[in-house]
Design a protein around this ligand. Structure first.
Ligand SMILES: NC(=O)C1=CN([C@@H]2O[C@H](COP(=O)(O)OP(=O)(O)OC[C@H]3O[C@@H](n4cnc5c(N)ncnc54)[C@H](OP(=O)(O)O)[C@@H]3O)[C@@H](O)[C@H]2O)C=CC1
Ligand SMILES: C[C@H]1O[C@H](OP(=O)(O)OP(=O)(O)OC[C@H]2O[C@@H](n3cnc4c(=O)[nH]c(N)nc43)[C@H](O)[C@@H]2O)[C@@H](O)[C@@H](O)C1=O
Length: 325
């Protein structure tokens, strides 16, 4: 179990999830954090990652670094999504084993499940059908990461586990107009439309796909909960192959993209109308996580969607100089 002096490496500490993890760890009194930025440590560089692990000897690793983006970015840069994610996770997971890391937390994504998986999706649905084409390369990399954790646990007795988060959002998100995920993209688009006095805002796709959204501080809370599970609970639930070494992390509730857009419009205070651009892809029709496994272990999400959107919009307004994208 971690203690307040444990040496914890948060990979991707400047990102949406990584920065929330660092905020949360610091608030709880964990001060021995390793948070190198990309210009100090490029995680796709195998030799640099190995040197870092041998030099710094982290005891715990939170792997929140990845090539991440929304539907358009995944569809446009598939080579970067598969290559960079495979390289980052191979380097970090292998070095963590070499250096005897106590526990490692890998982050998957709900897009690893088959495109038409039964809803809500259970951990057992992994590898039971074809993936969504818009993010298949990213999903393949994530599945490889999970299987790598599982293989190292089986062969070497490591404690490398993973959470499978649904779509995330919150302070520190990427608000890029094309490459980000839907929620930050819409916050920015409605905000700019309000300032410009525009009469309408374009929303991609049909508005019909369903998505589940988890506030990033709940994500950090749930991740820490899993990382700190007692040894025997971890062993029974996440390390006893063939049980999956990962657990779904979500709210268990979803909304349509139309409902989401209407909520963002209200929060931002835009008075115009919504226009749906059906030339843009919808992606997976639905990907609701079944979250009972984590609930049975004692964790559930807290932040209602509207409240999370309000907090995120407030952060966006207050942090213009730090907004990414
Ligand atoms: N956002 C979401 O909706 C979801 C995210 N996830 C997973 O959560 C994890 C974190 O995602 P999120 O925080 O949203 O992503 P972000 O893009 O916000 O953050 C990713 C971080 O990884 C860093 N990074 C990327 N490549 C490298 C590299 N080669 N070397 C060093 N650092 C690198 C980035 O550095 P820099 O700041 O320099 O760019 C950034 O700090 C990922 O594994 C993602 O797959 C899972 C489900 C949903
Ligand atoms: C987290 C998850 O993120 C990606 O999957 P996704 O869930 O499809 O993500 P998305 O947020 O980009 O879109 C959700 C829905 O929303 C619609 N949509 C409307 N208007 C905008 C818009 O302005 N931007 C975006 N991006 N989408 C929009 C969009 O057309 C789609 O129907 C994966 O590639 C994968 O990387 C992954 O794991």
């Amino acid at each position: 179990m971690m203690n307040k002096n444990s040496r914890i490496f948060v990979a991707g500490a400047r990102g949406l999830v990584g920065s929330a993890m660092v905020r949360r760890l610091r608030a709880e009194g964990y001060d021995n954090l390793l948070t190198p930025e990309r210009d100090q440590l490029d995680l796709t560089n195998q030799a640099a990652v190995r040197d870092f692990f041998h030099r710094e000897k982290p005891e715990y690793v939170i792997l929140a670094a990845a090539r991440v983006g929304g539907i358009h970015a995944n569809n446009t840069y598939p080579a970067e999504f598969i290559y960079q994610n495979l390289a980052i996770q191979n380097n970090v997971i292998h070095s963590a084993w070499e250096c005897g890391v106590e526990r490692l937390l890998f982050l998957g994504s709900s897009c690893i499940y088959p495109r038409l998986a039964p809803q809500p999706m259970r951990e057992e649905h992994l590898l039971t059908g074809s993936l969504e084409p818009t993010n298949e390369p990213y999903a393949i990399a994530k599945i490889a990461g999970l299987k790598m954790c599982e293989a190292y646990n089986r062969q070497y007795g490591t404690r490398f586990v993973a959470v499978m988060p649904t779509n995330l959002y919150g302070p520190g998100d990427n608000f890029h107009p094309e490459n980000s995920h839907v929620l930050p993209a819409l916050i920015r688009r409605f905000h700019e439309a309000k300032l410009a006095g525009a009469s309408e805002v374009v929303v991609w796709g049909s508005g019909k796909p369903m998505r589940e959204f988890l506030f990033v501080d709940d994500m950090a809370d749930g991740s820490l909960f899993v990382l700190n599970l007692p040894d025997e609970v971890l062993a029974e639930n996440l390390l006893s192959y063939p049980r999956p070494c990962f657990v779904n992390l979500g709210t268990g509730e979803d909304v349509s993209i139309r409902q989401l857009a209407e909520t963002v419009r209200e929060v931002v205070g835009f008075a115009g109308k919504l226009v749906f651009d059906t030339s843009k892809p919808d992606g997976t029709p639905r990907k609701l996580l079944e979250v009972s496994r984590l609930r049975e272990l004692g964790w559930r999400a807290r932040t209602p969607l509207r409240e999370g959107i309000e907090q995120t919009y407030r952060w966006f307004l207050d942090n213009a100089e730090r907004v990414r994208g």
